[in-house]
Design a protein around this ligand. Structure first.
Ligand code: BTN
Length: 374
């Protein structure tokens, strides 16, 4: 009910009377008042005036489940309105959402490697957000939850990490108050060797969220860093657990520099934040909701084909390396090449200086620009 009250207050410019809230939600005035109190305790500035009702004055930069779910709900709603307007014009109809129970038992058994053409183009992931002020690492927390049976779509968010993990065994600096640290649990029915493609799906989703929802000129640096003005704003770490050689779960950990203003000297030329680029503070729950909203669409486009065929064009359009001379860093072998886009496996297609072509795989290789990070 808290989430519903919050969304009514959000959608209303002026005051909403207590009576209207009671009628719309079918609850007593005391119940409404209790929810308002709880929201105020969470940091929402809600003005209550006799005979006028309640007005939302300020939304705090909190990442509580209700705040994130509320932002996400609004995004889905806005899209539904656009969709229904479009379908009035085009006569397009939505395809039916598949019921899990409708999945054939035979498909569920064993370690599948299949396309899912029956999946609709649009899909809603059943996100369930959990939040903690402080945690060792949201990825480690997500793995603990997944081991205990947490379902696909569980999202673990923290304000601060004491043992944030980066790629290649590095640590990820995770102070409180400024950034997004989140991990998403997935249980895809795909072969384990395809799981690394999900990292690219996540990178694309973050870049699209930053571009389209925040209006910033974000790009992807292959395979999954998101950059603005040539500097990194997001890192992604994907981890997987196998059972009998099948995927038990995948955890996608996403770290986004949101309101960080200053960076340590050693990374100041390589890292930036959304706030620095936008020139104003950005609401972290909005960022998370935008990423989750983009992700659910890209994820189902991925599952439908079992590869990146349906997302690779969107990815390549905003791939910063595309058409540029880059340095390919293979273990024991470094060479320069012109970068193309990715293929449906997520490999980067490059043309070496001698004209030969290669597809490089992110697991072993990284790339950088000739003169710096991009
Ligand atoms: C990278 O090295 O670029 C990947 C960094 C990934 C950091 C995120 S923050 C949320 C999640 N929890 C972690 O411990 N790591 C990831």
């Amino acid at each position: 009910m808290k989430t519903e009250i919050l969304s009514i207050l959000r959608q209303t410019k002026g005051y909403v009377s207590g009576q209207e809230l009671c009628e719309r939600l079918g609850v007593s005035r005391t119940a409404v008042w209790k929810c308002i109190k709880k929201l105020q305790e969470e940091g929402y500035e809600i003005q209550g005036i006799n005979r006028k009702g309640y007005r939302l004055v300020e939304i705090p930069d909190v990442m509580t489940p209700s705040e994130i779910e509320n932002c996400l709900w609004q995004k889905r709603k806005a899209e539904e309105i656009t969709d229904s307007r479009e379908s009035v014009c085009t006569g397009r109809t939505r395809s039916k959402q598949p019921d899990c129970a409708e999945k054939k038992e035979s498909e569920r058994a064993g370690c599948a490697d299949k396309k899912n053409p029956e999946l609709p183009d649009r899909h809603i992931l059943p996100y369930r957000v959990l939040y903690k002020d402080e945690i060792d690492s949201t990825n480690t927390w997500a793995k603990r939850e997944a081991e205990m049976g947490a379902s696909e779509g569980s999202v673990l968010v923290a304000d601060m990490q004491t043992a944030g993990k980066g790629r290649r065994g590095r640590s990820w600096s995770s102070p409180s108050g400024h950034s997004v640290y989140m991990s998403l649990i997935l249980r895809p029915d795909i072969l384990p060797e395809r799981a690394s493609m999900l990292t690219l799906v996540a990178g694309l989703s973050v870049a699209q969220a930053v571009r389209h929802d925040l209006g910033l000129d974000a790009w992807i640096k292959w395979p999954n860093d998101v950059v603005i003005s040539g500097k990194k704003i997001c890192g992604i770490l994907t981890e997987m657990s196998l059972q009998m050689e099948c995927i038990n779960y995948v955890v996608i950990g996403i770290g986004i520099n949101v309101n960080l203003k200053d960076f340590p000297k050693d990374i100041a030329d390589k890292a930036t934040s959304l706030c620095r680029e936008k020139g104003e503070n950005v609401h972290r729950a909005e960022v998370i909701a935008a990423v989750l909203h983009r992700f659910e669409k890209n994820y189902f486009r991925f599952l439908k084909r079992g590869n990146l065929a349906d997302v690779k064009d969107s990815y390549n359009e905003i791939l910063i390396n595309c058409g540029r001379k880059i340095c390919v860093l293979e273990p024991g072998n470094e060479y320069t090449a012109i970068s193309g886009g990715i293929n449906e496996k997520g490999e980067l297609l490059v043309t070496k200086d001698d004209g030969t072509k290669a597809a490089v795989y992110a697991g072993e290789v990284s790339v950088r620009g000739l003169y710096g990070y991009v």
